[in-house]
Design a protein around this ligand. Structure first.
Ligand code: SF4
Length: 189
């Protein structure tokens, strides 16, 4: 994937980040994310898992396979969209990110959004949704599947592929995830 030079400059700075001492000590890679210069859609997950930490790429495990399949069904491929996470480093044991870690990493994702300037952002799962919509008592089923205006940024929340997988390939969350990604593709292309 070809990314713009500013993205690479930002990525180099991110890879040296040690703001979260526990994560910096345990990570194998800082998983920066990926963004082709022409990306109009940007997906934002929670944090790298074991496969992502090992390979240094976002969404390469089972969740990535679900995301890729939903993109293909919507007429898109991974090479056409930007993908990043709220946290760039894997929390040990895949625990939930701590509020302090989310705060530490906030500037990196903000800088990525400023660089990519996507037509539409799709936060995947509650951690990412709260990053964009605010940490109030959000119910995913109530906010998903429609566009929210967040300070001029168009945001369409949906389930995290890992969360949807827990309900099976034909469960309601998986159907909602596929429908939301198809809607996102139609709105951003
Ligand atoms: S999670 Fe983000 S802020 Fe924390 S060490 Fe990694 S890159 Fe830095």
């Amino acid at each position: 994937m070809t990314e713009c030079s500013d993205w690479h400059v930002l990525a180099d700075r991110m890879r040296r980040c040690v703001a979260c001492s526990e994560l910096a000590a345990s990570r194998q890679h800082v998983v920066v994310g990926e963004a082709p210069p022409s990306a109009r859609l940007m997906f934002v997950g929670e944090a790298p898992g074991a496969s992502e930490d090992e390979q240094g790429r976002p969404f390469v495990g089972k969740a990535g396979q679900v995301l890729d399949a939903a993109l293909v069904a919507a007429g898109l491929s991974r090479d056409e969209v930007a993908v990043a996470n709220v946290l760039k480093c894997r929390p040990p044991g895949n625990r939930r990110p701590l509020p302090a870690e989310i705060g530490n990493c906030r500037g990196w994702l903000t800088a990525q959004l400023d660089l990519v300037r996507p037509a539409l952002v799709v936060p995947l799962g509650l951690t990412s949704i709260a990053w964009f919509l605010g940490p109030s008592k959000l119910l995913l089923r109530e906010v998903r599947g429609r566009v929210h205006d967040v300070d001029g940024l168009r945001v369409l929340p949906t389930y995290h592929p890992s969360g949807a997988l827990r309900y099976g390939p034909n469960g309601e969350p998986m159907r909602a995830l596929r429908a939301d990604i198809a809607l996102a593709a139609s709105l951003a292309t």
